[in-house]
Write a protein of this length. Structure first.
Length: 399
């Protein structure tokens, strides 16, 4: 059983935590010197010793731990995690009943009361992602709870941390049950994805963009030319092609994007020869497109929050305006720019300001068609909007 100690919380932080804010900040605790090990259960008390909340210590991003319970006598054990997992599964009951979508999130960290952990479902297989050593210390209890709460073919894990709290990409992620085929074919709104549960940090598709991909397929793609930048394994291109686009062009710097995107087209019986898959720096491709007078009806921008190549560094908070300006110049009048970011460092309001600035600096005009944030399975707490990191805006270029 995890070690459990009392730590004093500063008076000015008590109300915000009692109202539901889940992330424990370093500056909120008076006695961090008492906490020696990640995974320690913390009884947060006021300066008089009165119990406030129960949390655990785990280093993640800017936080030092997560709130677990408001009950003083609650034990953080397999029974506790079983209750959390069963509640999360019930919340997503409709997803399990949808035969057209067999990949989705079943537990979204603090949104389901377990900050530092996510669990995804892939057609009978469960994938746990640990974001701190602190939550990983509860691994045996959490696995017992997951096994008791689900029928599963197999269970996998990703460890996104090391002893210093940094991300760690690790292979051989199989835990128990039967091993998944490579690739494992899953469905999203009737479309196939080839995923790999035991092939590094990422499996081949980002589940949080499900609603955006469907919207492109069902409302925008028919008869349109599509440029998909930072394309990874080409998921947006697949949905655009299935939606009737005249042609898709997928651009990504990673060499493996070519075979990975080719595979996604093939598992959906799309003629790869009629699509373009280009391994190149996206910004180099923008220059090429301008030089060749290439214009597209739809341009998808879904860059990582931070990326570094040999020639440049991209940070969403600093560089997204310039990225938009590049895209605007190769988008047809009346065309659509799908601007997306997974950066939690700024709000949708700030992101909308980026869009306004980009068009203003080019003397252009635009109209917002629709906005998206995280889908239902990526549950978010009202009191922790930092967790609602995804921001997607469909922009029509008027001028």
């Amino acid at each position: 059983m995890a070690k459990e100690i009392d730590v004093v919380i500063k008076e000015e932080f008590i109300r915000v935590y009692k109202e539901g804010y889940p992330l424990i900040a370093q500056e909120s605790i008076l006695s961090w010197d008492k906490v020696k090990e990640e995974g320690t259960v913390l009884n947060l008390v006021d300066e008089s010793g009165k119990f406030i909340l129960k949390a655990y210590h785990g280093m993640q991003n800017k936080g030092y731990g997560w709130v677990l319970s408001s009950k003083k006598d609650e034990k953080i054990n397999a029974a506790f995690f079983t209750k959390k997992i069963k509640s999360a599964l019930e919340y997503r009951k409709e997803f399990f009943e949808n035969e057209n979508t067999t990949a989705f999130r079943v537990l979204n960290g603090e949104g389901d009361g377990l900050g530092g952990l996510t669990i995804d479902y892939f057609d009978g297989y469960y994938l746990l992602t640990w974001y701190s050593l602190g939550i990983y210390e509860f691994k045996s209890d959490i696995l017992e709870a997951l096994q008791a709460s689900t029928e599963h073919k197999g269970i996998y894990q990703k460890k996104r941390f090391d002893s210093k709290g940094k991300y760690l990409n690790e292979k051989d992620d199989f835990i128990c049950g039967e091993q998944a085929p490579s690739p494992l074919l899953v469905k999203e709104n009737g479309t196939n994805f080839a995923v790999y549960l035991d092939d590094g940090a990422m499996v081949g598709v980002f589940l949080d963009q499900r609603d955006v991909r469907k919207t492109i397929r069902d409302k925008y793609a028919k008869g349109k030319s599509v440029l998909n930048t930072f394309s990874y394994t080409g998921a947006f291109s697949i949905f655009a092609a299935l939606g009737g686009s005249t042609k898709t062009t997928s651009v990504d710097l990673a060499k493996r994007s070519l075979p990975k995107t080719t595979e996604q087209f093939e598992v959906n019986e799309i003629d790869v020869d009629k699509q373009d898959i280009i391994v190149d720096d996206v910004f180099n491709y923008f220059k090429y497109a301008v030089k060749k007078n290439l214009l597209f009806d739809i341009v998808v921008l879904d860059p990582p929050s931070f990326a570094r190549s040999k020639k440049r560094t991209f940070t969403a908070s600093k560089d997204y305006v310039n990225l938009l300006k590049e895209a605007i110049q190769i988008t047809n009048r009346g065309g659509i720019i799908v601007a997306s970011t997974n950066s939690a460092n700024f709000s949708m309001m700030t992101f909308s300001d980026f869009i306004s600035r980009a068009f203003k600096e080019l003397n252009g005009k635009y109209k917002i068609k629709e906005r998206f944030s995280l889908p239902k399975d990526f549950r978010v707490l009202d009191k922790f909007q930092e967790g609602n990191y995804l921001k997607v805006v469909f922009i029509e270029k008027l001028k």
